[in-house]
Design a protein. Structure first.
Length: 411
């Protein structure tokens, strides 16, 4: 749901009734992962996608039916693949996905927590919404919102009105609003778990008892996280950097270009960059925030810039550090880094020469090879051709079993 937050937020502000279908779990090969969403309003307008086209028509009809029924209880459906029935609706890739269809009407008590979550996500703020997707019928659809600041929403329970929900703080992460209306410890436990998902930028499910531990009836809770885009820091305002900026934006990064030379580091040369910074690269890196999703691309291939920058970069908890240069430059740079105290373990983190072997020559091809390596590093890919390989296509897909509850087998 949060992956289409901007559009859904507009629908909420316009007072539209809508139903949203969200991928809860996937098994085997599937086009999209947990959290992918498709929404349909009362006039039949559709936004988003849950499968890249395989089951969109069937999900669209489920959303329309959910709005026409007048019920507030979410419905969980399973879509798979059938060799026996050629006309069955399912995933041609052979995977299985479980999709939760939730009607969100203007009068629904849980709409407030959805509205707050969508508003935060549309503004680029960190937020997570936890929803009960299977368990006791009276708890289906109840929601809880977690944010890292003090702003709040509220929530009620599906199928009832007048529920005030709950609110509070947990750990050192932040606050939560809304609630499940069951055991008082349940809200605090789910908030803490959702906070951990949010801290990691993850979306997925968790299993928990309705009393907040393993006690009571089992619940499956979907936690959807929305976090600000990860950062890509490109050091070196060269023509290769311009191409890398464009592909970095395409991949969803917040891209910064940094160079100490003001004649090259200009907004006119890098119109697609979110920021263009004039500073010595290592000085900028010392003062700018980074996290475990940040990628650093060092394109300067000049020792006076590279060595102090990489000495710092290889000691930071970032996702990726790559440096451009020939193999001769790479060997010389590594020796210079050793001389300033960089250890072999730290050097092992450096991707140099940067990028995958695509035979790239142009700036655009080189940017593609760098981006491919970043994606492979993020997803655990090997970088080899899929033709003739026996490796999984989706390396980070989890083989989760479908939650219990109202699951209809389609295909």
């Amino acid at each position: 749901m949060l992956d289409i937050a901007e559009e859904l937020h507009r629908w909420v502000e316009q007072g539209r009734d809508f139903a949203v279908a969200t991928v809860v779990a996937v098994s085997g090969s599937a086009p999209r992962g947990p959290g992918a969403a498709l929404a349909v309003d009362s006039e039949g307008t559709v936004i988003g996608s849950v499968s890249g086209g395989c089951v969109e028509g069937a999900v669209y009809e489920l959303c329309q039916q959910a709005l026409a029924d007048g019920e507030s209880v979410p419905v969980l459906e399973r879509f798979g693949y059938s060799d026996e029935d050629a006309f069955a609706v399912g995933l041609t890739c052979g995977g299985v996905i479980d999709i939760l269809v939730t009607p969100v009407r203007a009068s629904a008590p849980e709409r407030e927590v959805f509205a707050s979550a969508l508003s935060a996500a549309a503004r680029g703020e960190a937020a997570a919404v936890a929803r009960v997707v299977s368990g006791p019928g009276e708890m289906l659809g109840r929601a809880l919102l977690v944010r890292s600041d003090s702003s709040s929403g509220s929530s009620g329970s599906s199928g009832s009105s007048g529920s005030s929900g709950s609110s509070g703080t947990f750990g050192s992460y932040g606050s939560y609003e809304g609630g499940f209306g069951a055991h008082p410890e349940l809200d605090r436990t789910v908030a803490a778990e959702a906070g951990a998902f949010l801290d990691a930028g993850r979306t997925g499910t968790l299993e928990i008892g309705e009393q907040g531990s393993r006690c009571g009836a089992p619940l499956t809770v979907l936690v959807e996280s929305s976090v600000p885009p990860p950062r890509m820091l490109v050091f070196g305002a060269i023509d290769f950097a311009s191409a890398l900026v464009r592909i970095g934006k395409f991949l969803g990064y917040h891209v910064t270009v940094c160079d100490a030379r003001p004649v090259f580091a200009t907004a006119a040369r890098f119109p697609d960059a979110d920021e263009v910074v004039i500073d010595w690269p290592h000085r900028y890196l010392e003062r700018t925030p980074v996290d475990a999703r940040t990628v650093l691309c060092v394109l300067t291939h000049d020792a006076k810039f590279d060595v102090p920058l990489l000495r710092l970069a290889l000691r930071l908890p970032v996702a990726y550090v790559g440096a451009m240069g020939s193999r001769r430059t790479h060997l010389d740079r590594n020796e210079r880094l050793r001389q300033v105290g960089v250890t072999e373990l730290e050097l092992a983190r450096l991707r140099s020469p940067i990028g995958l072997d695509l035979g790239a020559r142009t700036p655009e091809e080189t940017a593609l090879s760098i981006a491919a390596e970043i994606v492979a590093n993020r997803r655990g890919g090997s970088g080899v051709s899929l033709t003739g390989a026996h490796t999984p296509i989706h390396h980070d897909a989890t083989s989760a079993t479908a939650p219990a509850g109202r699951i209809g087998s389609v295909a």
